[in-house]
Design a protein around this ligand. Structure first.
Ligand code: KG4
Ligand code: ZN
Length: 346
């Protein structure tokens, strides 16, 4: 089976080909520099860029893969959650491509993030998955490549959103998560600067908006606003970033550990999403896996942030189970659950 995967849910136009479970080729064009001019993703510009780029990227993908388009039998696209206008560009391309008998699969972008590690090693189910991205911070019990039970979620800002918004206050370019991570590696974390938010409860949910407010106060009190290079009052930008990283990683580890303690019969842990590229978060979750003697699936950084490979791979797994959608499959905007409307036929 040869599956084309298309990702256009936010500001990356990304395509990939997976053949029999192995990645053959992947291409991507990021619009990050364009949106950085505006301090965040501008939906209308994002969809226009997707529609400008998707055709040439498909041509580049085919030449990298050395595959004839006639040999591609399955096409998967990220159907959401994401920016609706952007998703529609990928969906339109996928549906046109499917006409004439190819299998069409609308992939849940969040599930694809969690399955991506399967491209680099076997996944053991049932697994506990921690998905940490720009728009989501979710904990799942994953029973198979198509059965996901959400156990906890961000009630307000997701972890990546907190990184990006705090970075904006510091005057760092959008999206700031990676840069904050780099700066943190040169700093010393003060564990008392920020309190891990929303732990004093009994649930598996997250809330990072309080941390954002606390960070805003520290930035204001230390005269750090809008001047990323500033050094003030003994608190360096690097130390600030190290402390912030430590607190976010500690918060994620704490709730994920709570899930590990509660859920029975778990065979492995999976860390996924853009923030899974964060070195503090990776270390914290790796420590948790070691402490509970559980294997950890930790995708390489390129598979953590949005990419086409994860969509092609999820499409391949679903197609293998006999899954498919009709041409009327819908796209799902942010904040709305993706419906379980895939048809499974052996
Ligand atoms: O998964 P993703 O590429 O897109 C969404 O589906 O949201 O995640 C993007 C998020 C952004 O908030 C970005 O700042 C964050 O991932 N991110 C990081 C790092 N690399 C990307 N956050 C912290 N540390 C990193 N190294
Ligand atoms: Zn994503």
């Amino acid at each position: 089976m040869i599956c084309l995967g298309i990702e256009t849910s936010c500001d990356e136009t990304a395509l990939a080909i997976v053949q029999d479970g192995r990645l053959v080729a992947s291409v991507m064009s990021s619009q990050a520099d364009l949106h950085a001019l505006f301090g965040g993703v501008v939906p209308e510009l994002a969809s226009r860029e997707h529609s400008r780029l998707i055709g040439p990227l498909y041509d580049a993908l085919l030449s990298e893969a050395r595959i004839d388009s006639a040999d591609i039998d399955t096409v998967a696209f990220a159907r959401g959650p994401g920016l609706l206008g952007s998703l529609l560009v990928g969906a339109g391309f996928a549906k046109a491509f499917a006409l004439g008998g190819r299998r069409l699969i609308g992939v849940d972008h969040l599930h694809a993030h969690l399955l991506a590690a399967g491209l680099e090693g076997p996944l053991a189910f049932p697994a506990l998955g921690l998905l940490v991205s720009g728009g989501h911070t979710h904990i799942y019990r994953i029973l198979s490549s198509r059965e996901f039970v959400c156990l906890g979620r961000a009630l307000d800002d997701a972890a990546g959103e907190a990184f990006d918004k705090i970075g904006k206050m510091l005057g760092l370019a959008y999206p700031a998560g990676r840069r904050i991570n780099e700066l943190a590696l040169a700093g010393r974390a003060d564990p008392d600067l920020f309190k891990p938010p929303y732990l004093n409860n009994d649930n598996l949910d997250f809330s990072f908006s309080g941390l954002k407010t606390a960070a805003a106060a520290v930035i204001r009190d230390n005269g750090m606003a809008g001047q990323a290079a500033a050094r003030a009052c003994g608190l360096t930008l690097e130390d600030f970033c190290a402390s912030l990283n430590l607190t976010i990683a500690e918060t994620l580890r704490h709730k994920f550990e709570r899930a590990v303690q509660r859920e029975r019969g778990i065979k492995s842990l999976i860390l996924a999403g853009g923030v899974a590229a964060n070195s503090f978060v990776r270390e914290a979750v790796a420590g948790l896996a070691r402490a509970y003697d559980l294997p950890l699936s930790l995708p390489s950084s390129a598979l953590c942030t949005d990419n086409g490979s994860m969509i092609a791979y999820a499409g391949y797994l679903l197609a293998q189970e006999g899954g498919r959608h009709e041409l009327d499959v819908s796209c799902i905007p942010r904040g709305t659950a993706v419906p379980a409307d895939m048809i499974f036929r052996p």
